[in-house]
Design a protein around this ligand. Sequence first.
Ligand code: FAQ
Length: 350
Amino acid sequence: MTAVTAGTAETTGAPGVSDAAVAAEQAAYEAVFDAAVAADERIEPRDWMPEAYRASLVRQIAQHAHSEIIGMQPEANWITRAPSLRRKAILMAKVQDEAGHGLYLYSAAETLGTSRDELLDKLHSGRQKYSSIFNYPTLTWADVGAIGWLVDGAAITNQVPLCRCSYGPYARAMVRVCKEESFHQRQGYEALLALSRGTEAQHAMAQDAVDRWWWPSLMMFGPPDDESTHTAQAMAWKIKRHSNDELRQRFVDIAVPQAEALGLTLPDPDLRWNEERGHYDFGAIDWAEFWDVLKGNGPCNEERLSRRRQAHEDGAWVREAAAAHAEKHRVDKHHAEQHQHTGKHGEAQA
Ligand code: FAQ
């Protein structure tokens, strides 16, 4: 969208401008924004946007970015103990990809006028959330497979529609993220398949991991629609394209045949095909557990946040060195420009 840019400060709130004129101007901007959303155009950083739209995007993108970097921890836990060099190289690449996703997403959030420092500060002080899923432990090597298959699988199901999000920088970031998530999902599936077809003990390990990760993966999609505070507005703004329950159902429908192909069972006795609905029915999710994890009482909340805070403190010297280097570069450039300027001036006089 290019028709209206955010440079409204000259008129809005300026002395001598009547309230009615400000309101009319605001309504005009709002109408252009609504029309752009209705026409499926992208809203770009310099476009005018309602403050609530901006705030909701910052909230969602920040939570998404935090999830990517906190999400590195459970799998990184297995890098040193990967069963082969090949598995280790794949896992390292995957965990690095998650760091990259965090960086694109923090950059996307920054285009909305917030800073990465501010967002990290909110994460570290518990004022912004990250996904519930990363508060569960990775107890065996099979958990790496289960995370790739189920957690990355759920993430793709949720994020493919976000490639059509109305906010341009977020939508574009999602395109690359989804491509990488596809690789992550396949590597998890393949690792689980190897275990499932392995020895009896390996098969049991794969089954145990799936038993533990299935229900938390369904919770990743967020609360049921009737308890979701943001869905209705986010869908009206075309930030979200589907509700939490719709995406959860889509994920279940994809996962059931995959579990069969893996030779593993999903831990839900109520799971069965419903011919009439054309979908799988599934059992009740323990929403009390979900809300409890969000409150900070999951098995690993404490550990994840304290490790994140520690990593941030340990990285302070890198940020200081980078800032000092940038400052030195700025001063050097300034001197070089001054020198050039004086030199040219001298030539002109001569
Ligand atoms: N965990 O009104 P709604 C990944 C909160 S994928 C924690 O329905 P909304 C890849 C929600 O914020 C994981 N909190 O909210 C990877 C709100 O609280 P607030 C990240 C949750 O935004 C794989 C309240 O509950 N993916 O990282 C959760 O419309 C492997 C009410 O909920 C994304 O973030 C939850 N599961 O819908 C990385 C995707 N669910 O903010 C490493 C983008 C809800 O009012 C390794 N985000 N809440 O305090 C979204 O699509 C949406 O934000 C939803 C939630 C669908 C997550």
